[in-house]
Design a protein around this ligand. Structure first.
Ligand code: NIG
Ligand code: FE
Length: 417
């Protein structure tokens, strides 16, 4: 059990609450609900009061709390990185150079590299090695202000290694200040021996792996790489329908490389989020909006693969709820950098700073189905807070590619630096 603190933060130049208990759609994404000269009170890790410093100090005595004076600083909710593959063995630096030379991500994957190369390294890694490297990556994320992260399996593809990944994620969650939301992504790639027999692999996950993952509560979500030459719409539908029956919430890697209809499928199945969406169709975007599926965009991946960015501006204009995440993984996007995501979203996707901030806080929380607990500075939520070294959230993308985070608070305890 992580420590829970009693903390009072006062005199914040801007207390950017991002207030809300569900995903923000379309125009709502611009409304950050800022309190000037704000204060927040946290008791036993939970937010107790939010308001103007003057009002708060009339009701709460400073001597009962650890006090942070946030004069000249902006205070925001902790960031939620709602799509990552942070737990993996080995690295794929050579693939980066191959891609610079002109090889495509899918070409590398088809000749047995890509995800399959991380699968091999993850199988070979001990639990201790996976634990150590994952902890380091989470430390890096924490320094960028991330207080909740979603992490996927999918570098195992067999029973033992998928379980190993999920077990280590649980261990990391227990000791690291960042909260980890686990996702089972067995259907992430097709091992050589299953080429052309993808349906048998899907059966294996449904019959042999997922029931145990569900029973041992090792993952809250089930995800699939729904993509041409990986898992088809039909296979994804079959897997995710069973997943829902077993009590998993669902996510999809959808319409990343080709427009396959993944966004439409996400809406049909009532997925919590559909992710990537570089090639999502107009119909798919309309369907997601209607079904309330969070569109999770991963601009770091598009950037790293030199692909066109997802149509973030269009999606927001179509009233979608958009979240942003890093997609940290050893292949398509090896970065923990929240400042990079802000830079790409604002400078290349036509997303405003306000919308990007919503996308990384309350909408990120909604993308992991926790908008009732995290993602905003609201009474009753976890005391997960970021304090910037600057007086306004506007400095986040303005200070290009550099972290503006001075302190991070988790459950009312200062955990960074
Ligand atoms: O989200 N697209 C599929 N999966 C990951 C990449 C994983 C990898 O390359 O190791 C993604 O980009
Ligand atoms: Fe991914």
């Amino acid at each position: 059990m992580m420590k829970k603190g009693n903390l009072l933060i006062k005199n914040a130049a801007e207390l950017v609450t991002c207030s809300g208990f569900r995903a923000k759609k379309g125009k709502e994404m611009s409304d950050l609900q800022i309190i000037l000269d704000g204060a927040v009170v946290i008791e036993e890790g939970i937010i107790k009061a939010v308001g103007k410093t003057e009002e708060i100090l009339k009701q709460y005595s400073e001597e009962n709390y650890e006090v942070i004076d946030a004069s000249n600083k902006a205070v925001l909710p902790g960031f939620v990185d709602s799509h990552t593959h942070f737990l993996f063995g080995g690295y794929r630096a050579e693939e980066f150079s191959w891609r610079l030379r002109g090889d495509s991500y899918m070409d590398i994957m088809e000749r047995g590299g890509g995800i399959l190369s991380s699968v091999k390294a993850t199988k070979e890694a001990t639990k201790e090695e996976l634990f150590e490297s994952a902890m380091k990556r989470l430390d890096c994320m924490l320094s960028f202000g991330v207080t909740t992260v979603e992490g996927k399996s999918g570098y195992g593809l067999d029973y033992d290694t998928e379980m190993k990944q999920l077990e280590v994620m649980k261990e990391v969650d227990a000791v690291h200040p960042i909260d980890v939301v686990s996702t089972f992504l067995g259907a992430h790639a097709v091992p050589k021996e299953y080429k052309g027999k993808e349906d048998i692999l899907i059966d294996f996950f449904i019959e042999k792996v997922m029931p145990d993952v569900a029973e041992r509560k090792l993952a809250e979500f089930c995800d699939v790489f729904c993509e041409d030459k990986v898992f088809s719409i039909e296979q994804s539908r079959r897997l995710l329908t069973k997943a829902k029956e077993m009590g998993f919430k669902i996510k999809l890697h959808a319409d990343e490389i080709v427009p396959l209809g993944g966004a439409e499928l996400a809406a049909e199945l009532g997925a919590i989020s559909a992710d990537h969406l570089l090639q999502a169709s107009d119909q798919g975007i309309r369907d997601m909006e209607k079904a309330g599926v969070v569109a999770t965009l991963l601009p770091g991946t598009a950037f790293s693969l030199k692909e066109e960015f997802a149509r973030g501006r269009y999606m927001i204009d179509q009233n979608c709820a958009v979240a942003l995440a890093t997609d940290l993984n050893p292949g398509s996007c090896f970065t923990e950098s929240i400042p990079l995501i802000f830079a790409l979203a604002t400078l290349y996707m036509g997303i405003t700073t306000e919308e990007a901030l919503t996308a990384l806080t309350i909408n990120g929380a909604a993308a992991v189905d926790r908008a009732d607990k995290i993602g905003s500075i609201d009474i009753g939520k976890q005391g997960d807070i970021v304090i910037l070294e600057f007086p306004s959230y506007k400095y986040i993308p303005y200070h290009i590619g550099v972290s503006t985070v001075e302190k991070v608070v988790k459950d009312g305890v200062v955990v960074f630096p």
